[in-house]
Design a protein around this ligand. Structure first.
Ligand code: HEC
Ligand code: HEC
Length: 209
């Protein structure tokens, strides 16, 4: 009994190590050599990134310190304040009042059609205040996304790594393209978004004026 338990622990940890190696390899494959992409190609890639990060599937969680989540119910295009007086609080998870997890399940199962609350493989929560996108212009988001002080300490490769890491957990980002029937998706695909972030990075993260 004891031995099989030990074997299980060893097996589980080697899987974790292997997944880590695979993730690192995948990121190395995604990241392009700095300087290998022109500034104008980089700006084109940024324009496509901007269309993704300002889309409700992304921006609705990336809100300011008031911590009020936004929603865009099926059939609507204009974002509005989340119903039921929901507040993220300082925890950004609603711990001070009604926790997000009351309705938003932590689950790798596919999202159900709207109006079911969307779920993800990681605990549902607002993005940190520094990562505010909702209501910001593309140029503002661009300047912020390349500033390690306002993006979680990430360089260009680190941003690509974040996308792969999030996807490995069935997190919020790939699910933006699989939000449950009835909800619109950002333009392109998750894989195209990863490519664009790599292109933008290799071009030196140029921003529009
Ligand atoms: C459920 C809320 C939620 C949704 C929806 C969401 N995010 Fe986030 N996002 C977060 C949280 C929480 C973090 C902080 C995670 C971390 O830094 O480890 C974050 C961090 C990030 C970061 C790194 C920091 C930065 O601002 O540069 C990027 C990039 C990002 N998200 C991209 C996206 C994209 C693209 C989408 C849509 C396809 C999206 N997010 C949708 C909650 C969300
Ligand atoms: C009482 C249930 C409930 C609670 C608690 C709740 N939500 Fe929601 N949430 C929903 C429902 C239902 C939807 C889907 C609305 C729709 O699309 O029609 C939703 C949608 C959202 C959306 C929009 C997602 C998108 O793709 O546009 C965001 C963002 C969100 N919730 C954030 C939060 C956060 C953050 C918390 C915790 C602070 C939270 N919610 C707590 C029920 C809840």
């Amino acid at each position: 009994m004891k031995i099989s338990l030990i074997a299980l622990v060893i097996a589980a940890s080697s899987v974790a190590v292997l997944t880590g190696i695979v993730a690192a390899k995948e990121v190395a494959k995604d990241v392009l050599r700095p300087g290998s992409v022109s500034r104008s190609e980089g700006l084109k890639a940024w324009n496509r990134i901007e269309a993704v990060v300002t889309h409700p599937r992304c921006a609705n969680c990336h809100v300011d310190a008031k911590a009020i989540p936004i929603w865009t119910p099926a059939g609507e295009t204009k974002p509005r304040v989340h119903g039921m007086n929901i507040h993220g609080g300082e925890s950004r998870k609603g711990e001070e009042a009604v926790p997000c997890s009351t309705c938003h399940m932590t689950s790798t199962q596919a999202n159900e059609p709207a109006p079911a609350p969307p779920r993800a493989g990681i605990d549902w929560q607002l993005a940190p205040v520094a990562f505010i996108w909702f209501g910001k212009s593309g140029a503002e988001i661009c300047a912020q996304m390349k500033d390690p002080k306002r993006n979680g300490g990430r360089d260009a490769a680190g941003l690509v790594e974040h996308l792969r890491h999030d996807a490995s957990l069935s997190g919020f980002i790939p699910r933006g393209w699989a939000p449950g029937a009835g909800r619109t998706t950002p333009p392109g695909s998750f894989e195209e978004h990863v490519k664009d972030v790599a292109l933008w990075g290799a071009a030196g993260q140029p921003c529009p004026n």
